[in-house]
Design a protein around this ligand. Structure first.
Ligand code: SF4
Length: 877
C-alpha cells in the first residue's frame, strides 16, 4: 500500500489587493503554485474572497520576475551583479549625495503594497539616520485626503468604526465609491445587511456604477460638489433639530463656525440642489433618510479623496457625524474604505512625508521623542515633499537620489510621461521590486534590487478597519530575492548603522514598531500597540488578526473609538472644520469640454503586474476603454465599440469606446490599469493634471478637462504568441492574458495584405503559413518554429473582426469570452450567454442564472452585474 501523500499545511495569510484585507488560506502545490481559498476564521471576510482573490493562484508564476540584483552599464543595459556590489552602490550613492547636496536631495517613494515592517525600516533609515523626510508613498494618490481630514478632526489618523458597523447600520451611505468592484467582499456584506435587515443603501457618485444598482437611492451628484451636499445636510440637520447638542458640547469645538460655513455653502434644499446638480426631491429624500436613521455609516473612497478639495470633503462628511453624535457606536460613523492592502500600515509607521512615525508628526516634542527612541543621529525635523511635489523636485533636478520600492510612479502619477522622463535625470535611481520591467524600470534605474513577492513575504498589514493581520510566506523566495525590510537594513548597515538595523526577522521589526507606538504615549495617541511589543517569535508566528488599539490579550475584537470623546487633541475634543466653498481646480473649456474621471475595474489591480497574468480576470474587460454617455458620444462623433483619442493638456490616449447611460453627461471615465507595457496608448496617468489638495497633497485624479475625437481603424484582429510581440508604432494593441501564451488585441489601418510583408519581422525565425482573402480583407498567419506553433495573427474588417473561437482549440477555451465581457470570472461566463439564457427563458432570476450557467455561484463578485443585466433585460422586454 502506498504511503499517504504528505501535503504541506495551508498558510494563513492575507490577500495582497484591496483594503478589505481578506484572510486567505494558501496551500502550496507540487507545481510551485498554491491552492487558494478564503480563510473562514478571518474577521474581514469569514471565508469569502472576490474574483481577484480567487484568481491569486494564477499570479504566482515566475514569468517576468526580477531574480537577481542588476546594475546599469555604461551602454544603458543592465547586467547581473552580486548583492554586495548592488548594496554598496546604493549605500555609497546615497552617502555621496547627502554629503554633497544635503539630505533634502534624497527621497524614498514607497507603496501601500509593502508590509508594515518594510515601511517601518525604510522610514526609520530616511527620517532618523539620513535626515530626510522625503519619504512618500503611492498612498498619497489614494488615501491622503482621509489622513488629513482625520488629523484635522480627530487630532490623529483614526478610522472610528469597524466592519461590524456595516452589519448593524440601518443606513449605509457610499460616497465616491464603486464598492461593488473596488471592495467586493465588503460590499456583499452591505448588500446582505440590506437584504436581511432592511438597511437602506444610498450611493452618491457622478457615475452610475453597478454599486448604484443595489441602492435604494442614487444621487448622481455633479463632479466636485460633495462638500456642498454634506454642508447642505449639516444645515438641514440643524434646522430639523437632529443635532446631538450634548455630544457637540462635551466632545467637540468650533461647531458654530462650521455650521455658519455650511449655511453659506448650502443653506437649504434648494441651495443644495442647485449646488450639486441634483433635483430637490432627491436631496430631500437623502436628507430625511439620514435625519431619521441614527444608525448611519457614511463610507467614502477615492471619489472623495482624489480631489484638490478632498480634505474638505472628508471633513464635511465627518462634521455631519460629529454633529449628530453618530460616531464610534454600533452601526454608526464615518468610514473611509482604504484602497490598498496596507495603506493603513504605511500610515501607522509614518510612510507619508508629513508624518514621522507611530502617528506622530513633526512637532518638536514628537521629533525629540522619536529621536530618543531610535537614538537617531540625523533626525529629519520638518515635513518632506509629498509625492507630486517630490517628483516635480526630481524634474527640476533638486532631488538627485531616489529609491522606489514596490510601486510604479511612471504609470500612476499625474503627468506620468513627464515623470518618467524626470527619472532619467537622477544621479542615483534605485528600484527594488519583484518585476523585471514596468514603466518606471523603463526609465533605466542605476540599481535594480530583487524583492520578495506575495506568497514569499512575511510580516503584517493593516486593513480599513484598523485590523492588523499577518502575511505569511508559503513559497520560497525565488532566485536571490530578499524581503524589502532586509534590503533596507543591509543598506543601512553599509552606511554605518548596523546596530540600529540589526533586525533578524520581521517579528523583530514589528516589536520595535509596536514599542515606538507606546513610547511616552500615555493615551495621547489611539495608535498604541504596546501590548504587542513583547510578542515572542512563536506568538508573532501565530498572531491572530487584531484591531488596534491592541488589547492586552491581543485577540480579534471590534473596537470602536470616540463614542465618548477622547479624541487625540490636546483638549481631547474633536474639531469641526469649516470647509472652503466647493470648486474644481480647472474649468472645462471649448477645447477641453469634458471631465476625465479615472478609476479601478473589478478584476484588475493597479498596473496589472499580477492580475494581468490571469486569463480569467482578463476576460472581464480585456481592452483599455473610455466610457462616455451615448449623447456625448454622438455629439463628438464616437461610436460604441469604435475608438477615440482622449486628450488633455498633458497627453493623449487612444481607447476603445464604451457608451454607457450611467456615465454623467460631460464626464468620461478611463480605467487606471493599462501601461506602456501592456497597451500602445492607454496610460491614463499621462493625461491627469497635477493639481493637488492644499492639506493632503493628493492630486485631483477625477476631474481633468479633456477632449475626445474619433479614431478610425479599418481592420481589427488579434494575435497569440509564445513570447510577447513587438508591434509597429502605427498599430493599436492591448495585451491580454491567455493560458500559456501572450495575447494581443490589435487594430490597424494597414490593409491586411501588407501584413504579408510585416509578418516576418513580427515572428522572426519562424516558418509562416498564410491565408489571404483579398476579396473580404482577411489575413491570417500561423508561425511555426521547430515544427511547433509559435504564434498566429488574425485580421479582418473592423465591422466583422475575427473571433477568438477561431483559436479556441489553441487556447483551451479560456481567455476572452466570445462576445462581450466575461461577467463571471470564476466560471468564464460571458454577457451573451447570460442574455441568451434570459431571452430563451431558461433563466428569470439571479438564482436561475446560477443554476443554468453557474455564474455568481462561487465568489459572488459578479452578482451586482447579474442583477444589472437582469434589470436591463426586464426593462427591454
Ligand atoms: Fe482581496 Fe477581493 Fe478581499 Fe479585496 S475584497 S482583499 S481584492 S479578496
Amino acid at each position: 500500500m502506498n504511503a499517504p501523500v504528505q501535503r504541506p499545511p495551508a498558510a494563513r495569510t492575507t490577500c495582497p489587493y484591496c483594503g478589505v484585507g481578506c484572510g486567505v488560506l494558501a496551500r502550496p502545490n507540487e507545481n510551485g503554485g498554491a491552492i487558494i481559498i478564503g480563510d473562514p476564521d478571518h474577521p474581514a471576510n469569514l471565508g469569502r474572497l472576490c474574483s481577484k482573490g480567487f484568481a491569486l493562484d494564477e499570479t504566482l508564476g515566475l514569468n517576468g520576475r526580477l531574480l537577481h540584483p542588476m546594475l546599469r552599464q555604461a551602454d544603458g543595459t543592465h547586467a547581473r551583479a552580486d548583492w554586495d556590489a548592488a548594496l554598496t552602490t546604493v549605500a555609497d550613492g546615497f552617502g555621496r549625495t547627502i554629503e554633497r547636496d544635503g539630505p533634502g536631495a534624497i527621497a524614498f517613494y514607497l507603496s501601500g503594497q509593502l508590509l508594515t515592517e518594510d515601511y517601518y525600516v525604510a522610514n526609520k533609515l530616511a527620517k532618523g539616520f539620513l535626515g530626510s523626510a522625503n519619504v512618500d508613498t503611492n498612498s498619497r494618490l489614494c488615501m491622503a485626503s482621509t489622513v488629513a481630514g482625520h488629523r484635522r478632526a480627530f487630532g490623529e489618523d483614526v478610522v472610528p468604526g469597524c466592519y461590524e458597523d456595516l452589519d448593524q447600520a440601518d443606513l449605509i451611505v457610499l460616497v465616491g465609491s464603486n464598492a461593488a468592484w473596488c471592495h467586493p467582499v465588503l460590499f456583499q456584506r452591505m448588500v446582505r445587511n440590506r437584504r436581511e435587515r432592511g438597511a437602506k443603501l444610498v450611493v452618491i457618485d457622478p457615475r452610475r456604477t453597478v454599486t448604484a444598482d443595489d441602492a435604494d437611492l442614487f444621487l448622481a451628484i455633479a463632479p466636485g460638489t460633495d462638500t456642498a451636499l454634506f454642508s447642505g445636510l449639516l444645515s438641514y440637520l440643524a434646522g430639523a433639530g437632529t443635532l446631538d447638542r450634548s455630544y457637540i458640547e462635551a466632545h467637540t469645538t468650533d461647531f458654530d463656525a462650521a455650521l455658519a460655513r455650511a449655511s453659506e455653502i448650502a443653506l437649504d434644499l434648494a441651495a443644495t440642489a442647485a449646488a450639486t446638480g441634483l433635483d430637490e426631491g432627491t436631496v430631500a429624500r437623502f436628507f430625511d433618510l439620514f435625519r431619521a436613521t441614527p444608525r448611519a455609516v457614511t463610507c467614502f473612497s477615492q471619489g472623495v479623496n482624489q480631489s484638490a478639495q478632498g480634505t474638505d470633503k472628508v471633513n464635511a462628511i465627518v462634521n455631519c457625524h460629529l454633529a449628530t453624535g453618530r460616531i464610534g457606536k454600533p452601526g454608526m460613523g464615518p468610514f473611509s474604505l482604504t484602497g490598498q492592502p496596507n495603506a493603513m500600515g504605511g500610515r501607522e509607521v509614518g510612510g507619508l512625508a508629513n508624518q514621522l512615525a507611530a502617528h506622530m508628526g513633526f512637532a518638536p516634542d514628537d521629533v525629540d521623542r522619536v529621536r530618543r527612541f531610535w537614538d537617531a543621529p540625523r533626525m529629519a525635523e520638518r515635513e518632506g515633499l509629498k509625492a507630486v511635489q517630490m517628483f516635480e523636485a526630481i524634474e527640476r533636478g533638486e532631488i538627485k537620489a531616489l529609491w522606489v520600492m514596490a510601486t510604479n510612479p511612471a504609470l500612476s502619477l499625474p503627468r506620468a510621461a513627464a515623470m518618467q522622463a524626470a527619472l532619467r535625470k537622477l544621479d542615483l535611481f534605485v528600484v527594488s521590486d519583484n518585476v523585471l520591467s514596468n514603466d518606471t524600470i523603463a526609465a533605466s534605474p542605476h540599481v535594480l534590487l530583487p524583492a520578495t513577492a506575495w506568497g514569499e513575504k512575511d510580516g503584517t498589514v493593516t486593513n480599513s478597519e484598523r485590523c492588523i493581520s499577518r502575511q505569511r510566506a508559503f513559497l520560497p523566495p525565488p532566485g536571490e530575492a530578499r524581503p524589502d525590510w532586509r534590503i533596507v537594513a543591509d543598506v543601512a548597515a553599509r552606511m554605518g548603522f548596523a546596530e540600529a538595523f540589526a533586525f533578524r526577522t520581521a517579528g523583530d521589526v514589528f516589536r520595535e514598531h509596536a514599542a515606538l507606538s507606546a513610547f511616552e504615549n500615555d493615551g495621547a495617541r489611539a495608535f498604541d500597540l504596546g501590548a504587542l511589543a513583547s510578542l515572542s517569535d512563536a506568538e508573532f508566528d501565530a498572531f491572530a488578526p487584531t484591531q488596534w488599539p491592541a488589547p492586552a490579550n491581543h485577540s480579534a475584537t471590534s473596537e470602536r473609538l470616540f463614542a465618548n470623546g477622547g479624541f487625540s487633541t490636546p483638549d481631547r475634543k474633536a474639531r469641526f472644520i469649516a470647509p472652503e466653498h466647493p470648486a474644481l481646480r480647472q474649468a472645462v473649456t471649448a477645447k477641453f469640454p469634458l471631465r476625465l474621471n479615472t478609476g479601478r475595474l473589478r478584476d484588475q489591480w493597479h498596473s496589472m503586474t499580477r492580475t494581468g497574468a490571469s486569463p480569467r480576470l482578463a476576460a472581464h474587460r480585456p481592452e483599455p476603454f473610455v466610457e462616455i454617455h451615448p449623447l456625448d458620444a454622438k455629439q463628438h462623433g464616437l461610436a460604441h465599440n469604435g475608438f477615440a483619442r482622449v486628450r488633455t493638456q498633458h497627453g493623449e490616449c487612444v481607447l476603445k469606446v464604451v457608451t454607457c447611460a450611467g456615465q454623467q453627461r460631460g464626464s468620461i471615465f478611463v480605467p487606471i490599469h493599462w501601461s506602456a507595457e501592456n497597451a500602445s496608448a492607454a496610460r491614463v496617468g499621462d493625461l491627469v493634471a497635477p493639481d493637488t489638495d492644499p492639506f493632503s497633497g493628493q492630486p485631483e485624479a477625477k476631474a481633468t478637462p479633456a477632449a475626445v475625437a474619433p479614431v478610425a481603424f479599418a481592420y481589427r484582429g488579434f494575435a497569440l504568441s509564445r513570447e510577447p510581440l513587438s508591434w509597429p508604432v502605427d498599430v493599436w494593441w492591448a495585451r491580454v492574458a491567455m493560458p500559456d501564451a501572450s495575447g494581443c488585441l490589435i487594430a490597424t489601418n494597414d490593409v491586411p495584405m501588407t501584413w504579408h510583408d510585416r509578418a516576418p519581422a513580427l515572428f522572426s525565425d519562424a516558418v509562416l503559413t498564410e491565408y489571404i482573402d483579398r476579396a473580404h480583407g482577411i489575413y491570417r498567419v500561423a508561425a511555426f518554429t521547430d515544427g511547433r506553433l509559435a504564434g498566429a495573427l488574425f485580421l479582418g474588417p473592423a465591422a466583422t473582426p475575427p473571433q477568438w473561437s477561431d483559436l479556441r482549440s489553441m487556447t483551451g477555451g479560456a481567455g476572452i469570452a466570445e462576445s462581450g465581457p466575461a461577467i463571471c470570472a470564476c466560471f468564464n461566463v460571458g454577457v451573451s450567454a447570460i442574455r441568451d439564457a434570459l431571452t430563451s427563458r431558461k433563466a428569470a432570476s439571479v438564482d436561475d442564472i446560477g443554476t443554468a450557467l453557474r455564474a455568481g455561484t462561487k465568489c459572488g463578485t459578479c452578482l451586482p452585474e447579474l442583477r444589472s443585466i437582469l434589470h436591463d433585460h426586464a426593462h427591454a422586454h
